[in-house]
Design a protein around this ligand. Structure first.
Ligand code: AHR
Length: 341
């Protein structure tokens, strides 16, 4: 009986000691981590980046570009957040950046609308906001400092002008041309701009019939599903305009499974956007007719903008990245070797 009680006391003692040790070392460790973060932040420019997701090859390359730019060696402390395609996650991340008193907020808005309140909060807290890749639709443009991204309307026009020339080359200027469009995320700048640009050119051609435009969310899986639906619904499709390479990969699978062929020597012309390396390989072999580049390497541009802001220099409201148009003719071995994404 006495022995049992003694054991009990010893065990309780050991447990108490363990709890005490955990409290001391555990909390010590935590304080140390917090201090390290504080020390790490000191003398560095703190940047909070809210990336919209990881839906495509473009997006992966865009994220890498930002992470390679805002490094410790370059004098930055980067706080990165992936919003997984949800605007509410981006709003949360931006508010958290404001409360962490970052020096700059950079974000790629998943859609154009719905940002006024949070941008106003950032402005009132004195945190400059820089838009990356896509833009926002706000009445008061002073809510953000600048935007670094693509000219999506121009990209859409490039696609339209390429088709114009190609049909002319083929002497196909009078007969009906049946087009389907796989669109990116509804309400995103890239979807809005590319649609506007392509439609403007299409409007000048009475024989171009846009049979349908449907959202496939910039992903390969949805691209395949939506393309399958188009193939079932429309027996005569001449051209697929796919607003990014990932949807294109899915669409090509669906077309091939239906027994039809694609590309330069095929039944259906493929117009794609982004020009990631694997798509350029398909351009070189004639599977994709043309790829309108969307340049994800925006990190360097963002560094330059922040340098200018730090130096108190004025910045422009919009900076466009450089972009090309790729067909079989200009996708050389050098282009493929140099492609980093
Ligand atoms: O906003 C740019 C677009 O977003 C890219 O074309 C697409 O691949 C991405 O998801």
């Amino acid at each position: 009986m006495f022995l049992k009680r003694a054991y009990g006391i010893v065990i309780i003692g050991i447990l108490l000691a363990l709890v005490l040790m955990f409290m001391m070392f555990g909390s010590g460790l935590f304080t140390e981590m917090e201090e390290t973060t504080q020390v790490e932040r000191e003398n560095r420019i703190v940047v909070g980046v809210s990336q919209l997701g990881s839906e495509s090859g473009f997006r992966t390359a865009n994220t890498e570009s930002v992470q390679n730019a805002f490094t410790q060696q370059n004098g930055y402390f980067l706080i990165y957040n992936n919003a997984r395609q949800r605007q509410e996650n981006q709003l949360k991340a931006i508010r958290s950046f404001i409360s962490q008193r970052v020096d700059y907020i950079i974000f790629s808005p998943v859609v154009e609308t719905g940002w006024e309140t949070v941008l106003q909060e950032a402005k009132e807290a004195g945190v400059p906001v820089i838009l990356m890749d896509r833009s926002v639709d706000v009445e008061d443009e002073s809510l953000y400092v600048t935007c670094v991204g693509s000219n999506f309307v121009e990209e859409g026009e490039k696609a339209g002008h390429w088709l114009e020339k190609e049909l002319q080359k083929q002497g196909h200027t009078q007969e009906p041309v049946n087009i389907v469009v796989l669109a990116g995320t509804e309400g995103s700048s890239s979807q809005i701009g590319r649609t506007e640009g392509f439609d403007a050119v299409a409007g000048g051609h009475d024989n171009w019939n846009i049979l349908e435009q449907k959202c496939a969310e910039f992903t390969s899986t949805r691209g395949k599903e939506v393309m399958r639906g188009f193939l079932r619904k429309y027996p005569e499709i001449d051209v697929v305009v796919s607003q990014n390479d990932d949807m294109t990969f899915g669409a090509i699978e669906a077309i091939r499974e239906s027994g039809r062929t694609v590309g330069v020597d095929g039944d259906i012309m493929i117009i794609s956007f982004d020009a990631v390396e694997s798509a350029l390989e398909m351009v070189a072999e004639g599977t994709i007719n043309v790829d309108i580049e969307c340049n994800p390497n925006q990190g360097e541009y963002l560094l330059q903008v922040i340098d200018m802001l730090e130096a108190g220099e004025p910045v422009e409201k919009q900076y466009y990245v450089e972009e090309d148009v790729f067909t079989m003719e200009n996708v050389t071995k050098e282009v493929l070797d140099e492609r980093s994404y």
